[in-house]
Design a protein around this ligand. Sequence first.
Ligand code: 5GP
Length: 172
Amino acid sequence: MLSPRVLFDPSTLATRVADLAAEIRAAVPEDDIHFVGVLKGAVPFMADLIRAVPGGVTIDFIAVSSYGSGTSSSGEVRMLKDVDASLDGRHVVIVEDIVDTGLTLHYLQELLRLRNPKSLRTACLLSKPSRRKVDVPVEFIGFTIDDRFVVGYGLDYDEQYRNLPYIGCLDG
Ligand code: 5GP
């Protein structure tokens, strides 16, 4: 297996995730925050993020299909697993690993907005703005990156590399 080149090491990730947690709590100062993690890529980010947010927090997960087993998007989004709990009247934050074309996030935001949350925000660890096909609002972004394929810290290539404690790239 190829060794990805390190883009963001574990301590850089931890520092930025702690900052994001503080930004999110500042946006919702007094109420519970309901985090909806997008499986599977957001799992490590979500686990670190929620532990850095003080106060009341609840969590849920949703799964949609985005990429197949390659590195290019089909543009088709399909629901694989819905959230378990109602979003009605809650302060919801979608937690996503990376926003690329924005198609997945656009689909999720439209879907979850219909569930009548009190507020709906999005936290993405990474963003590739040059790849955007649809303009999606993302209130909390960890890092903005160029158009390159990244793996690690939840992000996969053909289901591999999710366990790397850093974010790296395979394409040089
Ligand atoms: P979008 O719908 O914004 O094009 O794609 C979002 C999804 O595509 C992400 O949740 C992620 O699963 C996948 N994706 C996009 N860019 C990358 C990348 O650089 N590396 C990996 N591993 N997955 C990516």
